[in-house]
Design a protein around this ligand. Structure first.
Ligand code: G4P
Length: 330
């Protein structure tokens, strides 16, 4: 790795407390909605929820679709659906498709109640909570759902932990008014950086220069022409690394200090802001095909290490369970 590049060795504060709150709240609901950022729908998802909410109805809300590459978003939707998730694609800022969340929640919970001959009345409100890592748009989703439904806060209810507020929506759902906050989860630096690019790791702990140089390294591979178009840099600059691209952008924009050196700090802030606000166009930083290839490579490596039996056993077990942990085998 380039000596200028920092590693993200970040561990979220208050993780034990956050986990406790999540575990407490999740007991109160029928369905959990995990909000992810459509630009990185896999990296912005916390697999801890798969363990915690095993065998229960779950919706993935792919938010900020206005900022993501529409073709990639569509492929991710299918990819998650094949894994057994219910997926909705939303733009919470504009409220686009927002009511799909509660509509689908009511649908899947009622279907489950009737198939299980549940003791609950089928029309009992479907209780849901919104979860996700920081900055994916959880509060915006809650506000939109509440606003669009002329919802009423129903206040404390017997049996509900003191202080919990429920928002009664029109379509038969009740929403916990505070989101369940998950922490960003990453096992490798590439994932950590993607989470940082979208602003889900506090910028305070990251060096802006490193953030920007890593972002440019990533963008030049996926969306190089957006950089040349927006900043008027020569396409040959894309052969260089992120640090050189940054220099070229700063120079073209006239971000110069006294003495003619490029003001890299100022240029970094501009590039990161422009990426985050969509000025570079609709961008996705991962694709389902890359994830499938990475997982196949990991399986092959594990097979090489442990022998074919281990690999087959793992795959067999995975095939028999869907994402909620429900056994699908006959
Ligand atoms: P959180 O509760 O998950 O932490 O996220 P929150 O709702 O606070 O949203 C984080 C930022 O993302 C907000 O911007 C919000 O307006 C924006 N946002 C939410 N949903 C969408 C969406 O669908 N599309 C777009 N383009 N933006 C969305 P902010 O207040 O400007 O905060 P920041 O980005 O400056 O941190």
């Amino acid at each position: 790795m380039d000596e200028n590049k920092q590693n993200i060795n970040w561990f979220p504060g208050h993780m034990a407390k956050t986990r406790r709150m999540m575990e407490e709240n999740i007991k109160l609901v029928d369905v959990v909605v995990e909000v992810v950022d459509a630009r990185i729908p896999a990296s912005s998802k916390n697999p801890y929820l798969d363990q915690l909410w095993n065998r229960r109805p779950r919706i993935i809300a792919m938010n900020k679709t206005d900022l993501a590459d529409p073709a990639v978003t569509e492929r991710f939707k299918l990819w998650y659906e094949e894994k057994g998730f219910t997926v909705v694609m939303i733009d919470a800022l504009k409220g686009k498709n927002i009511k799909d969340i509660s509509r689908r929640a009511v649908e899947i919970v009622r279907a489950r109640r009737s198939s299980q001959n549940a003791v609950y009345r089928a029309d009992r409100p479907v209780r849901m909570m919104i979860t996700g890592i920081p900055n994916v748009g959880k509060s915006t989703v809650i506000n939109q759902l509440a606003h669009r439904s002329d919802a009423a806060k129903t206040g404390n209810k017997p049996g509900v932990t003191k202080g919990k507020q429920w928002i009664r929506l029109q379509d038969g759902a009740s929403l916990l008014d505070t989101p369940g906050i998950l922490w960003p989860k990453f096992d490798d630096q590439a994932t950590a950086w993607k989470i940082a690019f979208i602003g889900s790791i506090s910028d305070g702990i990251l060096d802006t220069y490193n953030l920007c140089v890593n972002l440019l390294d990533n963008l030049k591979v996926r969306y190089g022409s957006r950089l040349t178009e927006r900043y008027g840099i020569d396409p040959s600059v894309l052969q260089e690394d992120g640090a050189h691209i940054l220099e070229a952008i700063g120079r073209r924009r006239g971000h110069l200090k006294q003495g003619g050196q490029v003001d890299v700090e100022r240029t970094c802030v501009m590039v990161v802001d422009e990426f985050r606000s969509g000025k570079l166009g609709r961008i996705s930083l991962e694709t389902p095909e890359e994830l499938t290839a990475a997982s196949a490579a990991a399986d092959a490596a594990s097979e090489a290490e442990n022998g074919p039996a281990a690999g087959e056993k793992e795959m067999g077990a995975a095939a028999e369970k869907d994402i909620h942990g429900e056994d699908r085998s006959e």
